[in-house]
Design a protein around this ligand. Sequence first.
Ligand code: CO
Length: 279
Amino acid sequence: MNEIIHEHYIEAGKIAARVREEAVSRIKEDTPLLDVAEFVENRTKELGGNIAFPCNISINEITSHYTPEDNSHYFRRGDVVKVDIGVHIEGYIADTASTVEIGTDHYGRLINACEEALGCAISSTRSNIETRAIGKIIGETVRKYGFNVIKDLTGHSLERWKLHAGVTIPNYRSLFSQRIEEGMVFAIEPFATCGKGNVRYGEAHIFALNGRVGTDAGQEIRSRFGTLPFARRWVPQIKVEELKGLRKYFELIEAGGEIVAQAEHTVIVREGGCEVITK
Ligand code: CO
C-alpha cells in the first residue's frame, strides 16, 4: 500500500472513530433515530470525510441494515442499539460500529462478549493467517460468555469504492477459508446474541445500484453515490423501487427475536500484526 492511500485510510478511520463516539453520546431515550443518523452523516462531511453508506441504526433483535426514513421512530429505555458507520476518503473506506444499551444494564455481558471477541480477532490478525482461524477465535470468545454468534454475518475485505470486496472473515470456524495477505484491508465485525443466531430478512431501507443505469434517475444516483449504498431519504424525488439494477440491503433480524450486539473496527493487515484505523 502506498503512502497516499495509507494516509487516506488513516484519515477516514480517524473521522469514523470520532463520529462513532459522538453519535454514541447522542443515543438517548426519546431522541428520534433520524437525529442520530443525520448527525452522523452531517458530521462526517463537516470533518472532511465522505459518507460510505447510510448510518445503520439497528435496535434489539435487528442485527443490521436498518436506517431511519423519517421522524417516527424514537430510542426507548432498554434498547440495545448498534450504530454502524462508514466514512471514505477518495473511495478508501473505514467501517466501524459499536453497541450501547439505553438506561439499563441487562446486556452488558453480551456487549462485552462482542468487544472482547473483536479485540481477540484483532490481536490474531496478521499476514498469512487463515480467515477461519480468526473466525474460530471470535466464535470461541463469544461462546465462552454463553452466547452465540450470528453465522450469516461476516467481516469483509474493503477495496477502493468497494464495501464488500470478496474476502470474508467468518464469526466462527467455517469450512470455507482464505489466506489473508499483507496490505489487505478488513472490517472485522463480530455479532453476538442471546438467541440461536439464525437470521431472517426484514424490509429494505438501504439500496445500491449495480450494473447499468438506464434512466436519468439512475444516472443521478450513480453520479452521486457510485456503486456505494444510499438511503431513500437522500433521494426523496426518486422512486427508488423503480430503478433498474437495484440492489436491496434487507434488514437482518435475529430469527428468535433475541437481542443482538455488534462491535466493528477496520484494520490494515501487516506482517506479524495489523493496524487498527478506527480506534
Ligand atoms: Co460496518
